[in-house]
Write a protein that binds this ligand. Structure first.
Ligand code: DC
Length: 222
């Protein structure tokens, strides 16, 4: 395939987007862009600077002056905010919880959407998030909507945390995912929803490798 296209992968938390998008990007030799990390980065900076997360004007002002850089090294993605490596910090429970509030602010979405469009302007990107196929790149050549049953998504998250030595009850995780999904799906601007022309893949009982293969075969029109 000669033309470098835009591959959009959207879907709820825990559907396996990040891992799969990374595999697909590596196979294609494309850039992998995690847009959730950008919303997390803004949230982290606002929290670190003790800005009231509901003060939209201040948050937007801050966002305008924030430099976000994504750097890919092998399979690891590093996130820098104004030159500071925040890759670990943006994954904390508190940041995860508050990102919903920040990602519902129209001004923030506009700033990040412009950054995302700039990153993808020449094609050759696999971009994952919630609104890539609907709002950021509605003309993306290939769109996927990755989903999985809520129970399975909670179980995956629980296993991930367990592997890191963290013990959290499965029930609590399921509840947090349900809340996050609800807010992502019901916000006024760019809510999480399937683009009309997106290919839906339910990953509930599929391995990540198989999902990546499905996506790649669609891209190669096999
Ligand atoms: O994919 P993630 O869990 O890292 O995303 C963090 C939050 O950011 C999540 O609550 C949804 C939001 N988000 C968004 O609103 N739009 C995107 N394109 C990506 C993420």
């Amino acid at each position: 395939m000669r033309k470098k296209i835009i591959v959009a992968i959207d879907g709820p938390a825990g559907a396996g987007k990040s891992t799969i998008a990374k595999i697909v990007a590596r196979e294609l030799g494309y850039l992998y862009i995690d847009t959730g990390a950008m919303y997390r980065a803004i949230t982290w900076k606002a929290m670190a600077n003790k800005i009231d997360l509901h003060d939209e004007r201040k948050i937007v002002e801050m966002s305008k002056k924030t430099g976000i850089k994504l750097e890919q090294l092998d399979d690891k993605l590093k996130i820098f905010v104004d030159g500071k490596n925040v890759s670990e910090k943006i994954r904390s429970e508190n940041v995860t919880k508050n990102t919903n509030t920040i990602s519902a602010i129209q001004g923030v979405r506009k700033i990040l959407r412009d950054k995302q469009r700039l990153l993808g302007r020449t094609g050759g990107v696999v971009m994952e998030g919630r609104d890539i196929g609907t709002a950021v790149f509605p003309d993306a050549e290939k769109k996927f909507y990755l989903d999985a049953k809520p129970k399975e998504r909670a179980l995956r998250r629980w296993k991930e945390l367990k592997a890191k030595g963290k013990r959290v009850s499965l029930k609590k995780i399921a509840e947090a995912i349900r809340r996050r999904d609800y807010r992502d799906r019901h916000r006024g601007i760019s809510p999480l929803k399937k683009a009309k022309d997106a290919i839906v893949i339910d990953s509930t009982s599929l391995t990540q490798k198989l999902v990546a293969q499905k996506i790649l075969s669609e891209i190669y029109d096999l």
